[in-house]
Design a protein around this ligand. Structure first.
Ligand code: 13P
Ligand code: SF4
Length: 369
């Protein structure tokens, strides 16, 4: 769902005023009551970038891969209240039964990266790609994409990837076709392909706005076509941030998410998904020192959980992901009370044909995860 759809969606109703006036204790108490009342009929998964005020009620927390796996295997819940962003809730809806209802507590919780590839742009790009390279290209999409893009990949023999299995999926893609189209995050695509030994000179960028390749050499040498999309949160970590830490705090380990630019990933010590970052620091010795390049709600939580280590954000000016932050305690309570009153507020429902195509792409990933 793009920004336009979010603004015009009939179901994009605003939270009633009285939720803004409730005090925190009262809201927490009501959330506990409703969760207690519904028990296993209600499942509340939370992405690691969610706020603590929401994460405290999570039935499970995880990175994008773990949350997709959990949705796929949850057969008991009638309601899945997804605390994350729109594409994650769509994925949960695709992977669950028809009668299981997926709710995103605030419909405005989109993802600017997912909005950077719409299906019309993708179909037009695909035509140019087919005309240029023939039937030699497999599409792979980061799960941070709309259901329509996942369905496009499914229809064309491709698959989804997350930051924790991108390497495996790119290796698989090359067993299928000579080239791949990776969308919508150019950075995850470039970082992963480079880690697999594909030279940057064999990667072209597809600019969906100007509808052209950004590439200097001979197009027939291209192995990877990178969609020109990015995460506006992770692009805020720079090589200057790294240079500053190396100069002033050379003892610090630098760990970043692969949505950061190639230059930042190259200059860091470690990179990986949110789960990788959490596990790496949890398993590090007491007294170790870390600068983390990822979303701020998660960085703050890691800092709070590891008082035996020195942990800072790689960029001291960093903010949380604003769309992840749309899900707060009042919206969570509103979603739960709506379920309790059997009212529909923000159900996520992917149409049948899109879901049918998208599931092929998701299953290819889940089978290999
Ligand atoms: P992971 O949790 O899979 O690393 O994804 C990060 C992200 O940006 C989700 O939007
Ligand atoms: Fe999208 Fe980036 Fe926010 Fe993740 S952190 S939801 S990729 S904008």
């Amino acid at each position: 769902m793009g920004v336009f759809d979010l603004l015009t969606s009939e179901k994009n109703v605003s939270i009633p005023e009285h939720y803004k006036k409730m005090n925190v204790k009262e809201m927490e108490q009501r959330v506990r009551e409703i969760k207690g009342k519904f028990g296993e009929r209600l499942f509340l998964p939370c992405h690691h970038y969610q706020k603590d005020e929401v994460v405290q009620f999570a039935d499970a927390t995880g990175d994008s891969l773990q949350l997709a796996q959990l949705a796929a295997k949850n057969e008991k819940a009638e309601y899945i209240v997804f605390c994350g962003v729109h594409f994650m809730a769509e994925t949960a809806d695709i992977l669950t039964r028809h009668d299981q209802i997926v709710i995103l507590p605030d419909m405005r919780a989109g993802c600017s990266m997912a909005d950077m590839a719409d299906i019309h742009q993708t179909e037009r790009a695909w035509k140019v790609i087919q005309d240029t390279f023939g039937d030699t290209v497999l599409p792979l999409t980061y799960v941070n994409s709309t259901a329509a893009i996942k369905a496009f990949c499914g229809r064309n023999g491709g698959a989804t990837v997350t930051s924790s299995n991108a390497k495996k999926m790119i290796e698989w893609a090359f067993t299928q076709k000579e080239r791949l189209l990776f969308l919508p995050d150019q950075h995850l695509g470039r970082n992963t392909a480079a880690a697999l030994g594909i030279p940057l000179e064999q990667m072209a960028v597809w600019d969906p706005v100007n509808e052209q390749f950004e590439f200097d050499g001979e197009l027939q040498d291209v192995k990877v076509i990178l969609w020109k999309g990015h995460c506006s949160v992770h692009e805020n970590f720079t090589v200057e941030n790294i240079a500053e830490i190396r100069k002033t705090r050379p003892e610090m380990n630098i760990i970043v998410h692969p949505e950061c630019t190639y230059e930042v990933v190259q200059a860091s010590d470690y990179n990986g998904s949110t789960k990788y970052i959490i596990d790496k620091i949890a398993n590090a010795p007491a007294g170790s020192k870390w600068a983390i390049g990822t979303e701020m709600n998660l960085v703050k939580r890691i800092i709070d959980q590891h008082s035996d280590k020195e942990i800072i954000s790689l960029n001291p000016q960093m903010c949380p992901c604003l769309t992840m932050n749309r899900i707060d305690l009042p919206h969570l309570l509103w979603a739960l009370e709506s379920i309790d009153r059997a009212e529909e507020i923000s159900n996520i429902s992917v149409d049948e044909q899109t879901a049918k195509d998208a599931i092929h792409a998701l299953n290819k990933m889940l089978e290999r995860a």
